[in-house]
Design a protein around this ligand. Sequence first.
Ligand SMILES: Cc1ncc(COP(=O)(O)O)c(C=O)c1O
Length: 306
Amino acid sequence: MVVAMANPQYVWFDGKFVDFAKATVHVLTHSLQYGSGVFEGIRAYETAKGKAIFRLQEHIARFMRGIKVMSLPVRFSGRQLSDAVVKTVIKNRQKECYIRPFAFYNDKNIGLGTANKKASVIIATIPLAAYFSKKNTGIGCMVSSWSRINSTIIPPEVKASGNYLNSILASSEAKRLGMDEAIMLSIDGYVAEGPGENIFIVEDEKLITPPREADILPGITRDSVIQLAKANGISVEERNIHREELFTCDEAFFCGTAAEITPILKIDAYKLGNGKIGNTTRQITDYYTRAVHGAYEEFESWLTYV
Ligand SMILES: Cc1ncc(COP(=O)(O)O)c(C=O)c1O
């Protein structure tokens, strides 16, 4: 991640703005110790009509669902939190930014139990360019030795901090072994997703992506890609993908708020297609880039102008 702060920065902390450097918690904080917090990742982009937050309502809705699953006693409504995101983006005056809302048990009582523990919410913004330095040239991935979590263990549809131990193990294994990123299989053995990205493969110019049943985080970028593809006449199939399809597909790409659209050129020892970024991946990248920058009237409702 590329992070460089220009203007003085503030963090929205339980309804008040505090200096970035002073937005701190105690080392024994429950969510720091046990990963019991819930977070979101949202981006704001420049458009011809000013800065706009991409799919803010969908991100807040997912955040609120996660808060409910983790029983966090958050005292703010979704409406109040989306207003707070807008205020934070305005206050920090960054050109484009990544927005990180985080709800957590802000309680230094060391016990695991969450009853009677208080919750806090923070919203921070950071300048974030490309998540993958090779976003425009393509990356190499490995099928991870770590399986993706499932709902009998930890809820994969919740962006709970603790879930990301699974992601971190997979991602760091891939990097240690000289690859750029991991692809995790579900416990049932189907392709699930990347550590922080959903995956699409392309076969005969058709998109195929794993369904919710493959224990993915149902990504908002994934949904945007599906809608943009369909609007542009590209068919999309949501179905289970076998590991070997990863090796024989024509093209593949990751998508996510941070990763945006990142082409995958190689998986394990297999080169995909001719080893270059394919046409369908290029088209999807183009549609997505246009959408976040406000080029489509039909998808105008995706943008919250600030
Ligand atoms: C595990 C995981 N899968 C997929 C995604 C992509 O989701 P979205 O497009 O909503 O950012 C993310 C990023 O939030 C993620 O952490």
